[in-house]
Design a protein around this ligand. Structure first.
Ligand code: HEC
Length: 155
């Protein structure tokens, strides 16, 4: 009986000490106010870069910018991606759709999907839609409309 108690205490002590070990080895000091401010600034800088690109004609060749058809990122619907986008003819990501608009309405050259410019355009679109619920697959233009139900799990 006594032995059993010793073993249990031992196992418990081991569990606690390994938890402490794991925590301290991951253990970075908590982020300071200053760190958080800097991190947010980095994000806002990317969003600003996206805002500039969104309003610039340089992505295309016909004098249009994204803002001509999507003022304030309107109808870019980042919260609905990925979804089957009829124009692309497959399940598309937001970045693929941005490239579709660069290529077709703007008559420009597509951006590498991992480029800073693409990240900035994506950041701007998503930032403008902050607070929107994620609704991957939502498509109000489809008939009948594809309306995504709330909640975890699928379909
Ligand atoms: C001349 C008008 C025009 C311009 C300029 C334009 N787009 Fe679009 N955009 C469209 C059209 C048309 C669609 C397709 C709408 C649909 O399929 O329902 C679209 C769709 C999109 C979508 C997907 C919306 C959805 O719900 O499927 C995104 C994202 C997008 N555009 C981003 C951009 C970006 C970024 C630019 C600039 C690089 C841009 N667009 C420039 C007309 C334009």
């Amino acid at each position: 009986m006594k032995n059993k108690r010793y073993i249990l205490t031992g196992v418990f002590a081991l569990a606690i000490s390994s938890l402490i070990f794991v925590n301290s080895s991951l253990g970075k000091p908590p982020l300071s106010e200053e760190d958080l401010k800097l991190m947010n600034e980095e994000l806002i800088n990317l969003v600003k870069k996206g805002d500039e690109l969104w309003h610039s004609e340089k992505l295309g060749t016909n004098g249009l910018s994204c803002a001509n058809c999507h003022p304030d990122a309107a109808n870019s619907n980042p919260h609905t991606f990925p979804k089957f986008q009829e124009n692309v003819g497959k399940v598309a990501t937001l970045r693929e759709m941005i490239n579709w608009c660069i290529q077709i309405p703007l008559e420009g050259k597509t951006l590498p999907e991992d480029s800073e410019e693409m990240k900035a355009l994506e950041a701007y679109s998503i930032y403008m839609y902050r607070g929107f619920k994620l609704k991957p697959g939502d498509n109000q233009k489809a008939y009948p409309p594809v309306e995504v139900k709330e909640g975890a799990g699928y379909p």
